[in-house]
Design a protein around this ligand. Structure first.
Ligand code: SF4
Ligand code: SF4
Length: 101
């Protein structure tokens, strides 16, 4: 699989300021706080984003709004339940390992 599949957000090689700008945009558009699975307690939502990572407090999957999120469409994401299963890049890596790519 091409490296870009691991870098949907294009954060490889960008400056810290650019990374934080993109991160803020993702968190600002994120629907997680309205999701039935969401549990308050994490400072940072936008669980799909590379270093935001999975939630420390969400343990149960009760539905996921990611596929209806503007970030999902904008960055051509293809996983869900980032809060419990880890970020976009992380889930892509796990899938590739599982199928032996
Ligand atoms: S795709 Fe999901 S985790 Fe990512 S910003 Fe949207 S609602 Fe949040
Ligand atoms: S990643 Fe999906 S399941 Fe988790 S809180 Fe966000 S919208 Fe809900």
């Amino acid at each position: 699989m091409a490296f870009s599949e691991y870098d949907k957000f294009g954060e490889e090689g960008i400056s810290r300021a650019e990374y934080e700008k993109k991160q803020n945009e993702v968190v600002g558009k994120c629907l997680c706080a309205r999701c039935p699975s969401y549990v308050k307690g994490d400072d940072l939502i936008g669980y799909c984003f590379p270093l935001n990572g999975a939630s420390k407090v969400i343990k149960w999957e009760k539905g996921c709004l990611c596929e209806t999120c503007p970030v999902f469409k904008e960055y051509d994401l293809n996983h869900t339940y980032y809060c419990t299963r880890c970020s976009q890049a992380c889930q892509t890596y796990k899938t590739d390992v599982a199928i032996g790519n």
